[in-house]
Design a protein around this ligand. Structure first.
Ligand code: KIV
Ligand code: NA
Length: 272
């Protein structure tokens, strides 16, 4: 399997292609993603995508562990990174270590991810020094929805850039092996990518980042509304809708099942 240091080493390697990252929350999706991705994120976005909450705040460590175990069973190649959910790490480095260590021990994942800028640097240093690789996450941080007010792009004004660059740098300097930068002005994403010494993985950021990540369900067209930064590579939701309508109609017209899907009576003179 790829390791956190393998991913970190991609920074500044002119030969290396950008890092391909996607979310997965279940075994079947992890099996698919593992064939193409360097990093699989078991994101706390599962709270919204799988469980139907309107934010990621209700997600618990127990939920993350169950999904991460499924993803680990179904993947062999990609680095699996697991989100620390809201209120599982913000109280301080010891709380963060305990949550992250439990996730690593119970899932076998290769790293954890946490949200926040300079104020989380001490926590990142504490847990990386104790053997837990950490991916940072700055820019739009969805766990801060209640203080932000809404999910919207950050750093649209140049005056905000120095602080936002410093936030990503602080996390990298504290020992993070990579930093996700979400929903920021494109030229700011370019500046962050230049300023940070570990791979910057963009989502709603810039093609100049060191890698990209998307929520799998968004890019497959499984979620009803997607943010501006999502390219829908398929419309699986619409395809599923057509399949379900066909099934319902065929059941109602007694056209399903046909002999192909039924078991004929076994005659007495036949073997096996
Ligand atoms: O939870 C998630 O899916 C994420 C990605 C969008 C980066 O944090
Ligand atoms: Na997340």
């Amino acid at each position: 399997r790829l390791t956190a240091p393998d991913i970190a080493a991609r920074k500044g390697d002119a030969e290396a292609a950008p890092i391909v990252a996607l979310t997965a929350y279940t075994a079947p999706m992890a099996r698919l993603v593992d064939q193409v991705a360097d990093v699989i994120l078991v994101g706390d976005s599962l709270g919204m995508v799988v469980y139907g909450y309107d934010s990621t705040l209700p997600v618990t460590v127990d939920m993350m562990i169950l999904h991460a175990q499924a993803v680990m069973r179904a993947s062999t190649r990609a680095l699996v990174v697991v989100d620390l959910p809201f209120a599982a790490y913000e109280a301080g480095p010891v709380q963060a270590f305990e949550a992250a260590a439990r996730i690593m021990k119970e899932t076998g994942c290769g790293a954890v991810k946490l949200e926040g800028g300079a104020h989380m640097a001490e926590t990142v240093r504490f847990i990386t020094q104790r053997g837990i690789p950490v991916m940072g996450h700055t820019g739009l941080t969805p766990q801060a929805i209640a203080t932000l007010g809404s999910f919207r792009a950050q750093g649209r004004e140049r005056a905000q850039w120095p602080q936002m660059i410093a936030d990503a740098q602080a996390i990298a300097e504290a020992g993070a092996f990579s930093v996700v930068v979400e929903a920021v002005a494109e030229p700011l994403a370019v500046e962050i990518t230049k300023a940070v010494h570990v791979p910057v993985i963009g989502i709603g950021a810039s093609a100049q980042c060191d890698g990209q990540i998307l929520v799998l369900d968004d890019m497959l067209g499984l979620t009803p509304r997607t943010p501006k930064f999502v390219r829908r590579y398929a419309e699986i939701g619409a395809q599923a809708e057509r399949a379900l309508a066909d099934y319902a109609q065929e059941v109602r017209e007694r056209r399903f099942p046909s002999p192909q899907q039924t078991y004929p009576e076994r005659k007495g003179d036949q073997k096996a």
